[in-house]
Design a protein. Structure first.
Length: 401
């Protein structure tokens, strides 16, 4: 996402106030939150990879080793000339990284031969993960140019690699559905510190993008904030620009993205995060957790074996404009001989929840990354969530005779 992304949102906030805000195109219709006793998650087409998509934008050539050491799998930089892009891909490949190739906005009006000449040498490179269309289509009048470029990339790459695009101007399923014919992967994000919007905005945008993607057989990559708002804005302290995600928020955003239905995460942006050791440490710690969980995260359960309800605290929270999100969101996965339940508190206050669905024969479950266990009673348990806290529950599967 560019620094002018979500311009429609800012204009809307300025004119009418945050909670009166509506996406620009198509018109939004508020949707109710998912019921607190059900995940309500779409079953999405997975990201086209044999690994969990963990990517980051804004990785300069000199920063490639840092990205590789952090554990990301996919890197990207702004559009560049062909030879510079090839050199970047060579360097990334040498470190075991794959590349999301950003296409120049000039390609939206370029001749087909010029587009083909650029794509050809890149399409066969072993580091190529996906193509990324220019940011960001704003309204229906942009649709034709983006669709033309999408179709030309498909044609000259023979459809071998997926094509993604960041969509910034809305949050409803209807909004995202209007763009599913110009991409294979919807990139959807939210920047709470930058726009002074609720943390739950990421859940709503990714969840609704997932619903639209599911209907079209596409996938979703979530884009959490990974920059300091003031630094990103060039040192301005005016208006909405303030701060960056702390460790709790960084971890919450990553798990929220997956719980909401994303098939991968692409943080924005390493370039603007490098001066902030606290944010980098939180990012690296979160990636380490996700890599540990990777065998399970590649296998979300279409039908969750768990149910939950909030016993203390809000049932839903504001998220994006007039839309709301469940205060507690969760999603189940399966890996090896265990099942996992990822749960995140999307509220700014503490809540307590009751869960059920563990094997009746199990006496305790493990809360990963917290060095604690919880006692089970007839397959049920309860837990407390601090604001934006994540719990990762691991439950061994019941052995069949």
């Amino acid at each position: 996402m560019t620094r002018i992304g979500l311009a429609g949102l800012l204009a809307c906030i300025a004119l009418a106030g945050l909670w009166a805000c509506q996406p620009i195109w198509p018109p939004a219709t508020p949707t109710p939150p998912a019921t607190p006793t059900s995940p309500g998650q779409p079953t999405l087409t997975p990201a086209p990879a044999d690994f969990l998509y963990l990517g980051v934008y804004g990785v300069a050539p000199a920063a490639l080793p840092r990205a590789a050491a952090a554990g990301v799998r996919v890197v990207a930089m702004p559009p560049a000339e062909l030879q510079a892009t090839l050199a970047y891909m060579d360097a990334a490949h040498a470190l075991g990284l794959r590349v999301r190739v950003s296409l120049s906005p000039s390609f939206l009006n370029a001749k087909e031969d010029d587009i083909a000449a650029y794509l050809g040498p890149l399409a066969s490179h072993p580091a190529l993960q996906l193509w990324y269309l220019p940011e960001e289509p704003k309204s229906s009048s942009d649709h034709g140019r983006w669709k033309r470029l999408y179709e030309l990339v498909k044609k000259h790459d023979a459809g071998r690699h997926p094509i993604g695009v960041y969509l910034a101007e809305g949050a409803t399923e209807e909004y995202f559905a209007g763009w599913t014919d110009i991409c294979d992967l919807i990139f959807a994000g939210a920047y709470p510190e930058y726009y002074h919007i609720p943390r739950a905005a990421l859940y709503t945008r990714v969840h609704n993008a997932g619903l639209a993607a599911q209907r079209a057989g596409k996938g979703v990559i979530a884009v959490p904030q990974f920059f300091d708002a003031e630094a990103f804005q060039g040192g301005s302290t005016a208006g909405t620009y303030a701060g960056h995600p702390d460790a709790t928020a960084m971890r919450a955003d990553a798990y929220t993205a997956l719980i909401a239905g994303a098939s991968g995460i692409d943080w924005y942006s390493l370039e603007y995060a490098l001066p902030y050791p606290d944010m980098l440490a939180a990012w690296e710690g979160t990636i380490a957790e996700l890599r540990t969980l990777e065998p399970a995260l590649l296998h979300p359960l279409a039908e969750a074996p768990f149910a939950w309800r909030i016993t203390r605290g809000p049932q839903s929270v504001p998220s994006f404009g007039r839309l709301r999100a469940p205060a507690l969101a969760a999603r189940a996965y399966e890996g090896g001989a265990a099942r996992y339940l990822l749960a995140v508190n999307l509220a700014d206050e503490e809540l307590e929840a009751a869960f059920q669905g563990a094997p009746a024969s199990q006496a305790r479950l493990t809360v990963l990354f917290e060095k604690r266990e919880i006692e089970l009673r007839d397959g049920s348990w309860s837990d407390v969530f601090a604001p934006h806290q994540v719990h990762v529950y691991r439950l061994p599967q019941e052995q069949k005779p």
